[in-house]
Design a binder for this molecule. Structure first.
Ligand code: SF4
Ligand code: SF4
Length: 145
């Protein structure tokens, strides 16, 4: 999986896309809030009030989409101190990648690189055989079963 991630991101130019910054709000943890508010020379409480909201899951995220820190040329104006969730997005290089497969499938609708990685993964997987009859599952799918 890591190999597929690295291969895809070698040819992906995120500055031509920025769709994640335009369509989804990252979560921010306490360290993110401390680091970014310090960078902006703001009190943490003021930063929270101005930029963040708390979701049903009690996590902080940016209030606005597209992100207010996204610039017209798709650069991030707080790149060096951006949230951990932004640094790690789309998480396709996670060691235990299978633990976040639902998120990854959802990300295929947002991130073209994730879509390509999942397609490459599908092509790399061996055909699986059923245990009754020995026919490839691929055949069952094609037959509508
Ligand atoms: S903080 Fe930067 S990387 Fe994160 S969503 Fe905003 S513009 Fe994108
Ligand atoms: S959506 Fe994916 S390809 Fe586009 S900028 Fe974000 S990480 Fe890069």
């Amino acid at each position: 999986m890591l190999e597929l991630h690295d291969k895809e991101f070698k040819k992906t130019n995120c500055l031509q896309c920025a769709n994640c910054c335009k369509t989804t709000a990252p979560w921010l943890n306490d360290q993110d809030i401390a680091r970014i508010s310090k960078h902006l020379k703001m009190k943490e409480q003021k930063f929270i009030e101005q930029y963040l909201e708390v979701g049903e899951d009690h996590e902080f995220s940016f209030k606005l989409i597209p992100c207010v820190f996204l610039m017209p040329d798709n650069e991030c104006s707080i790149y060096n101190v951006r949230p951990k969730a932004c640094r790690e997005y789309p998480h396709t290089n996670r060691r235990r990648f299978q633990q976040i497969e639902t998120v990854t499938i959802a990300n295929t609708a947002i991130c073209p690189a994730t879509y390509n990685i999942m397609e490459a993964l599908k092509n790399a997987l061996p055909v699986q055989y059923s245990d009754n009859g020995g026919k490839p599952r691929e055949k069952f799918r094609k037959g509508g079963g």
